[in-house]
Write a protein that binds this ligand. Structure first.
Ligand SMILES: Nc1ncnc2c1ncn2[C@@H]1O[C@H](COP(=O)(O)OP(=O)(O)OP(=O)(O)O)[C@@H](O)[C@H]1O
Ligand SMILES: [Mg+2]
Length: 488
């Protein structure tokens, strides 16, 4: 079977994950090449059996891979390309979703794990990037049984942060592997997702010790604003003492279902208030100092309202308070200005999806244009032919513009190597989408994890804002936060 590469999504030791289009039907699929040269001899047979078992079982929330090529020292697997967002993004994109909805997603995750475990198969890499919410709002598990851990490549050192490292190597979960590591990984994913919704994810990143175990959970839950009802479940999933954790996915599922029956009444959970009612995340002390920095951010916000939007980049090491300041300026906007704030973030651990950090911004803008046809018409007129370029590059907008998401040409510039027009057109769209009647502030956190195309858009956006603001024509500002290690 022939595949044309669109983009390498992730290249980690032993596994290369690539977005490709298949030779015959031009479908977008994800190809994973597993390097078996570095694994135990029995890996190949064992892997083939697992893949076959998953495929035959047709589990409803598990995307089954198919082996398409057996090489002398590798195996190629494909699975469908799933449009959607990873579970952390899902929590972050709509922090005011009802608790019932959040619980439903959590329960579905454990239901999917329970089905896998019943087959005798451990997922082996329960990370946010492998848990995706499809466009229909359905949760699916990706890459079950075919992760690096499952390949027994234990000599490879994990390449990411301590949270990722903990996930990637079950031996760090107090010597437990397989099913137990899946449950611990799922607990960590849920904790991170809740923290993401509360804008307290960096607390977790900083307070997790290098060894991986989470200690003093109740204090951490307080800092992260974990809803009271959820705390017993997370405590039991993440208990440093393995014997005190849930022994099966069914057990955790049972408790989540009990919560759904009693606590998931559709109202926001205690400890996690709707954003507009929340000055700071639960249990956060008030902002101390930072008057100069906050004033600069508020001035950037106010510029958007007066046609003199600007771009502000906050650089600082982990823990200096970047996210906290973003929270503060967003709250200020909600209380004191008419500027619409669109917040988003890049994610570690996620394959660097082109324009990933902008996707929730695009979704919000698409929703606005769909419900305001005259605005859509104005944007069309102002962008002219560029609208086609924008629609081609941004699937989230293609629908609103009245087109279909494009099917990429193999090796085409749209995906592999964006042509010069792409980022500039997207930047034009972002500036055009806001008006003096509806000014906007785009806030992007954690840009050290942003993909190349996002950075190109940020550069073009900045050029455009600088060129136009003198004439008072810029009704949008952009604030990004970034750790200096990005080296850009
Ligand atoms: N000026 C401040 N006043 C009160 N609390 C603060 C202040 N600055 C930071 N904090 C607190 O310190 C912790 C770390 O801050 P924050 O998460 O904003 O850091 P960050 O720069 O975004 O880090 P990272 O790069 O890891 O995301 C948070 O609990 C935050 O509320
Ligand atoms: Mg932060």
């Amino acid at each position: 079977m022939r595949f044309d590469t669109v983009k390498i999504l992730r290249d980690s030791p032993g596994i290369t994950t690539t977005l490709v289009v298949s030779g015959e039907d031009r479908e977008r699929v994800v190809l994973r090449r597993l390097d078996l040269g570095r694994t135990w001899l029995w890996s190949r047979r064992w892997l083939e059996d697992e893949v076959e078992a998953i495929r035959r079982a047709r589990l409803s929330h598990v995307i089954a891979p198919t082996i398409v090529h057996h090489g002398p020292d590798h195996i190629d697997l494909v699975r469908p390309f799933i449009e959607g967002m990873d579970v952390r993004e899902w929590f972050a994109s709509h922090p005011t979703r009802s608790f019932a909805e959040q619980l439903r997603i959590m329960a579905t995750l454990f239901h999917a794990l329970a089905c896998l475990h019943r087959l005798g198969i451990a997922h082996g890499g329960v990370t946010p990037a492998n848990i995706v919410l499809t466009e229909n709002g359905e949760l699916v598990l990706l890459d079950a049984g075919v992760t690096r851990v499952q390949l027994a490549a234990t000599n490879d050192q994990p390449t990411t942060s301590s949270i990722g490292a903990d996930r990637g190597d079950p031996s760090r979960n107090n010597g437990t592997g397989g099913f137990s590591a899946d449950l611990f990984g799922a607990g960590l994913v849920l904790l991170e997702s809740v923290a993401q919704a509360n804008h307290t994810a960096s607390v977790l990143r900083r307070t997790q010790p290098a060894g991986g175990d989470l200690t003093d959970l109740s204090r951490q839950f307080g800092l992260m604003g974990v809803p009271d009802q959820l705390r017993p479940v997370l405590t039991k999933l993440l208990d440093p003492v393995v014997a005190q954790r849930y022994q099966t996915a069914e057990e955790a599922l049972g408790e989540l279902e009990a919560l759904m029956a009693t606590g998931g009444d559709g109202t926001p959970p205690k400890g996690l208030l709707p954003r507009s009612d929340r000055a700071v995340p639960a249990a956060e002390p008030p902002l101390v100092g930072r008057h100069t920095e906050l004033a600069a951010l508020i001035s950037c916000l106010d510029g958007a309202a007066s046609g003199t939007g600007s771009v502000l980049c906050m650089l600082g090491d982990s823990g200096v308070g970047k996210s906290r300041l973003l929270e503060a300026v967003s709250e200020h906007a909600a209380q004191h200005s008419k500027v619409t704030v669109l917040r988003a973030a890049a994610f570690d651990q996620a394959p660097a999806r082109p324009l990933g950090p902008f996707s929730s911004v695009f979704r919000d803008l698409a929703a606005h244009l769909r419900t305001h046809p005259s605005e859509l018409q104005r944007v069309r007129e102002e962008l002219g032919e560029l609208i086609v370029v924008v629609g081609d590059q941004v699937p989230e907008l293609a629908g609103a513009f009245g087109g279909q998401a494009p099917s990429p040409e193999p090796g085409g510039w749209l995906f592999d190597a964006p042509g010069p027009a792409g980022p500039a057109a997207i930047a034009r769209f972002l500036v055009t989408a806001f008006t003096p009647h509806r000014p906007g502030l785009i806030v992007l956190d954690d840009c050290q994890w942003a993909d190349d195309l996002t950075w190109q858009v940020l550069e073009k956006f900045t050029e455009l804002v600088v060129a136009r603001r003198q004439r008072g024509l810029v009704s949008v500002s952009l604030i990004i936060a970034c750790r200096p290690e990005v080296g850009r």
